[in-house]
Design a protein around this ligand. Structure first.
Ligand code: AMP
Ligand code: MG
Length: 424
């Protein structure tokens, strides 16, 4: 099993426990100020105030079937062998405003959604009738208010239909439209500026020179930010040069509600990022007791929260999911119990190792076994091995106090994908 885990290295003395790092990041971000958005832009945002219906839904009593609007008293005792004849005196379509009155012995043809006309108090479906000229033979005694959708039966005027804190999903948007709301107060999507740092970085599509690698992190982070519900903009690769970094960070901070930068937060020779970030405001570098992803930086750069993530792509991925995502979701107005990825308990399908004193986030695939979910490693757990993320359904959490866990141990797994409904 040793070959799937990075080698153990001695821990630096100033490691910050994972939970403390998470708490101190979260305590420095607050939800964005409320704005009014139109329904077309509201999907995925968090409602900032309760919404009460300004109208009854449906707004008037209407027919649930195509058939005839009738007076129930006329049809007492009607049946297959005892049909009752009524005179058809009008018709009502969905949208008809001027309604015919149904007198005793009369009936109005009515379509689904048509308003129940005055005089009528119930509906007979077309299947229970036979039409002959202006006469309709009815073979059913429908009883009162049959196939009638009453005014306000779904929602009464004044009822709270959606509560503050609710994520506006498709059903919520449909409800808002149904009760006549065309704009709602929400916390806006955070605007996230993403930069990467490193002389070695080349964009996808450009030729790869000696010693160069692709800039994957800015694409990865922008995509992660978007899938967390933010708007994300890549605003450049910055060279390992203090002036370029200063300019780049200042621009990114001016542009967004949150800045993500990767690389240069470790202890390498040209890791100027830390030094430049420290000049920008109160951004501090720290080492979190986690694997992967130990070296990080966080703080306010000219008033804008800035997160410095490690350069190794897997570290970047894991730090985003476990620490940055909750912060972005707080900015977006999600309540405290909905900041993290949903979690499930699974049993380890194989023994695992974890470095002393650090929480490990292992990339795992999930399967349903005889005794519930089973988590197996997706491959080498090194912090540069991005293929282990591509194959992962989740991140299995090995708490800091464990050096190893045997096969079959229960572990928490953070679910990474939304199409994993089958696991719960
Ligand atoms: P650093 O923290 O800058 O020393 O980077 C650590 C490792 O991550 C190095 O191997 C870098 O080449 C790599 N790295 C840094 N930034 C990126 C990036 N944007 N995309 C892919 N790899 C990166
Ligand atoms: Mg670098």
């Amino acid at each position: 099993m040793a070959d799937r885990f990075p080698p153990d290295r001695p821990n630096p003395p100033d490691l910050v426990p994972f939970d403390d790092a998470r708490a101190s990041v979260l305590e420095r971000v607050a939800s964005l100020p409320v704005t009014e958005v139109g329904l077309g832009d509201a999907l995925g945002t968090v409602l900032a105030a309760d919404v009460a219906a300004a109208e009854d839904l449906p707004p008037f009593a209407n027919s649930a079937m195509d058939g005839f609007a009738v007076r129930g008293a006329d049809l007492a005792g009607a049946g297959e062998d005892t049909p009752v004849a009524l005179e058809v005196t009008g018709e009502v379509f969905a949208g008809t405003g001027r309604l015919p009155t149904v007198e005793a012995g009369g009936a109005a043809r009515i379509m689904t959604g048509g308003a129940l006309p005055p005089g009528a108090d119930t509906v007979v479906p077309v299947e229970q009738t036979t039409v002959d000229g202006d006469t309709v033979l009815v073979r059913l005694d429908p009883g009162p208010r049959r196939f009638v959708r009453e005014a306000g039966e779904d929602v009464r005027l004044g009822t709270v239909v959606l509560e503050r804190g609710r994520v506006l999903d498709p059903a919520a948007i449909g409800m808002l439209a149904s009760v006549g709301r065309k704009a709602v107060p929400v916390h806006p999507r955070p605007r996230v500026s993403v930069v990467s740092t490193g002389d070695e970085l080349v964009d996808p599509g450009d030729p790869l020179g000696p010693g160069q690698i692709r800039d994957s992190n800015s694409w990865l982070l922008a995509a992660q930010a978007r899938s967390a519900g933010a708007e994300a903009f890549r605003c450049g690769r910055l060279r390992d040069d203090p002036d370029a970094l200063r300019r780049g960070f200042a621009l990114a901070a001016a542009d967004g509600d949150f800045v993500l930068t990767s690389g240069g937060v470790s202890v390498g020779e040209r890791d100027y990022t830390k030094q430049v970030l420290a000049e920008l405001g109160d951004v501090r570098s720290f080492k979190v007791a986690m694997q992967p992803g130990m070296p990080q930086a966080f703080g306010l750069a000219a008033g804008t929260p800035l997160y410095g993530l490690p350069g190794n792509p897997v570290s970047c991925f894991v730090v985003f999911e476990t620490l940055v995502r909750p912060a972005l979701r707080r900015l977006a107005g999600h309540p405290d119990d909905r900041l993290d990825r949903p979690q499930v308990i699974a049993r380890l399908g194989e023994p695992v190792r974890s470095p002393a004193g650090k929480v490990s986030f292992l990339r795992v695939r999930l399967a349903v076994g005889d005794e519930g979910l089973v988590a197996t490693l997706t491959g080498h757990q090194g912090s540069g091995v991005l293929s282990s993320c591509v194959a992962a359904d989740g991140l299995a959490v090995v708490p800091a106090e464990h050096r190893e866990l045997p096969q079959g141990s229960p572990v928490q797994v953070l679910l990474l994908r939304e199409d994993l409904a089958w696991v719960s």
